[in-house]
Design a protein around this ligand. Structure first.
Ligand SMILES: Cc1cc2nc3c(=O)[nH]c(=O)nc-3n(C[C@H](O)[C@H](O)[C@H](O)COP(=O)(O)OP(=O)(O)OC[C@H]3O[C@@H](n4cnc5c(N)ncnc54)[C@H](O)[C@@H]3O)c2cc1C
Length: 469
């Protein structure tokens, strides 16, 4: 009887799990293990909502394993110590795990591999780092070229998706700690953890909304995107499974326009792969600008303005709605992420790293690669970034992407009764209208923390100076 350890990290699922599959092919019995890594609990980049979602995912995977005669072993400590100890207890020679590419994950895995044989499998990305390169072997740093090469390779098909095993034999003598009940997932987070919930959400999107994705994806007031990001973050659904679903939707599209919508959605899955590759090939982006030209940028870093941004009281309704959506629900619409990131870096001239950390503390889908990519894109310091001179106007973004202000009214109740014509610029209401709307500026809702026009000019100067222009 041979035993192998299946070490779960960001692959909390049984369907299309290449690490589980490899472990099952290698050994007669499998020890599914999750390590409650001290580093995770102590990191300033981790927040309660994401941790709670992950713990819910562990409970779900434990239930799914028990249905198959197995169970999840949970142990707390340093992964290298815990896994060496478990390998001893179980007489296991090999650990199988889905490769992860953040600098922390790589150094953690190196430490483990020094103690027990560790075999990595694919699965985190549809196409793992190293498989989408230029002809000369260099990595891409421009998304459109990356995407082209990504699409040129053979596409995975439904038959590539590995079914969940029917039964898994696991030694029953090894003790497990309880999955912590704390932190608990607040009711305000609209994501049920687990593979079943992930599959349901993907299916609901692929069965219809994907065909209107292009038209609705930028509207913050509509439910036009898939909202599967938290599930991809923890591998409650495989990225490959999502890509295959997109191809399937493309094949079944009723017309050309519908097919193009599905293609656009696939392009977003490719963006996710792109940022995984960027973090792998350019690990310095974790703490530094991708473009060193901006290393001397003179950030203002005003702590009071930062607090106003974090708490959703900048006086710009779309920014405030988005920040409250984040801190209450643990998720934010993509367009809103772009707007608030631009506002922090370019209107307030606050270092993108501050915003990146705050996002990681609150997002259920907080992901080191996509979040870093998104922030550096917005700040203009990143790979295929928004040019430094393109600065979102928070008011016109709002009238374009939340035309009637429904998103704003939902998240900023102080503005609920503000008339439509003032919803994006409430500071322009006269006193009488403010009284009637129950929203006195400066009392019930703040006046803008900065004047966008002036802030824009200051920022352009700061970026030009950093560039030596
Ligand atoms: C400043 C900033 C920070 C971000 N931080 C994160 C983060 O921490 N985690 C995260 O998953 N996404 C992040 N994104 C990307 C994007 O906002 C979310 O992936 C998206 O809003 C998730 O919603 P959805 O699942 O409905 O997406 P859909 O529009 O349905 O897209 C499907 C999937 O494609 C991927 N995707 C979509 N857009 C992007 C993108 N721009 N970059 C990378 N992948 C993308 C996601 O996995 C997403 O779930 C960030 C974007 C910005 C601008």
């Amino acid at each position: 009887m041979t035993t192998a350890i299946w070490w779960l990290r960001r692959d909390l699922r049984l369907t299309d799990n290449q690490a589980l599959h490899a472990a099952l092919q290698h050994a007669d019995s499998i020890l599914p293990v999750f390590v409650l890594d001290d580093a995770l609990w102590e990191s300033p980049y981790v927040g309660g909502k994401r941790l709670a979602f992950m713990l819910g995912g562990l409970r779900a995977v434990d239930t799914d394993l028990r249905d198959r005669g197995s169970r999840l072993i949970v142990r707390r400590g340093r992964p290298a110590d815990v896994l060496a100890q478990l390998a001893d207890e179980a007489g296991a020679q090999t650990i199988f795990a889905e490769a992860d590419f953040s600098p922390y994950a790589r150094s953690r895995d190196r430490a483990v591999a020094e103690r027990v044989a560790l075999t990595h499998t694919d699965g985190l990305a549809v196409r793992p780092p190293g498989t989408v390169l230029k002809n000369d072997g260099d990595p891409y740093s421009v998304y459109s070229w990356f995407r082209k090469t990504w699409l040129d390779r053979a596409l995975p098909t439904r038959s590539d998706v590995l079914p969940a095993p029917d039964a898994i034999a696991t030694p029953d003598s090894l003790p497990s700690e309880a999955i912590p009940a704390d932190p608990a997932l607040p009711d305000s987070v609209p994501f049920e953890p687990g593979e079943a919930a992930a599959e349901k959400r993907l299916k609901a999107f692929i069965d219809g909304p994907i065909y209107a994705y292009d038209k609705k994806r930028d509207r913050t007031d509509l439910d036009g995107t898939s909202r599967i990001s938290p599930y991809l973050r923890f591998g409650m659904i495989a990225a490959r499974r999502a890509a295959v679903a997109a191809y399937h939707a493309m094949e079944n599209a009723p017309d050309k326009a519908a097919r193009e919508n599905a293609e656009t959605w696939l392009s977003e899955i490719i963006w996710r792969d792109f940022y995984i590759h960027i973090l792998y090939h350019f690990p310095h982006v974790r703490g530094d600008n991708f473009r060193p030209a901006y290393d001397d940028l003179a950030w203002e870093n005003d702590t009071e303005q930062f607090a106003a941004w974090c708490e959703g009281r900048t006086g710009y309704p779309l920014v405030d709605a988005a920040m409250r959506q984040l801190t209450v629900s643990g998720w934010m619409h993509n367009r809103a992420r772009m707007v608030v990131a631009s506002f922090l870096t370019k209107d307030l001239l606050i270092d993108w790293r501050w915003g990146e950390r705050f996002f990681m503390q609150h997002l259920v889908d907080g992901d080191p690669a996509s979040n870093n990519g998104g922030w550096q894109w917005a700040a203009g310091t990143g790979t295929d970034a928004q040019p430094y001179f393109r600065i979102f106007n928070p008011t016109s973004q709002a009238s374009k992407h939340d035309p009637q202000g429904a998103y704003i009214r939902r998240w900023v109740p102080e503005l609920a009764d503000v008339p439509d014509e003032h919803i994006h610029e409430p500071w322009l209401m006269d006193e009488d209208t403010q009284q009637k709307a129950g929203c006195v500026i400066g009392e019930d809702y703040p006046a803008p923390v900065v004047d966008h026009k002036r802030a824009r000019e200051r920022t352009l100067e700061a970026y030009k100076t950093a560039r030596g222009e």
